[in-house]
Write a protein that binds this ligand. Structure first.
Ligand SMILES: [Zn+2]
Length: 157
């Protein structure tokens, strides 16, 4: 499909999404927001130690865009650590590399992103019911992340 890709593909949503320096009252606390795709950029480059090209490919973006996201992420983290600011991880323009579905009878399964693009699931693979819906990861309910405004058709059961 030749559709233009606007969403940054993310394989992981951090489990912990709020960090604050010890001993600073909330009222005095400044906060920076690290977007989910920025966290993913850090994860791919600095934790998985992938080359930038590989990172960009995994997130389905250009190398330039990846580089910009990574720079922004590192800048925010440095700012938070050195200037004693809280970090909240949320929001951004992202979509999960894998999506979980559930049918009305409770079967659950995962659909890789590549398959979703070509052919969103219509039936439960176990019982063939068409009553299926995508599950949102619990950590995706926070923020205004890409989940709620993702591809048309995928989020509507
Ligand atoms: Zn089923």
């Amino acid at each position: 499909m030749g559709r233009r890709q606007l969403w940054r593909r993310v394989g992981f949503i951090p489990k912990y999404n709020y960090f604050k320096p010890a001993g600073i009252p909330m009222v005095n606390l400044q906060e920076i927001v690290l977007l989910v795709e920025e966290a993913e950029a850090i994860r791919l480059k600095d934790i998985e130690k992938l080359e930038q090209e590989e990172c960009a490919r995994k997130m389905n973006i250009s190398r330039t865009t990846f580089s910009r996201i990574l720079d922004s992420a590192r800048e925010k983290l440095a700012d938070a650590l050195l200037n004693g600011k809280a970090i909240r991880i949320e929001g951004g323009n992202f979509e999960m590399a894998v999506r979980r579905y559930r049918c009305i009878r409770g079967h659950e399964w995962e659909v890789p992103f590549e398959m979703l693009v070509n052919e969103p699931p219509k039936l439960c693979p176990k019982c063939d019911t068409p009553n299926i819906m995508p599950l949102l990861p619990s950590s995706a309910i926070w923020g205004k992340g890409g989940w709620r405004k993702g591809h048309k058709g995928i989020h509507r059961a």
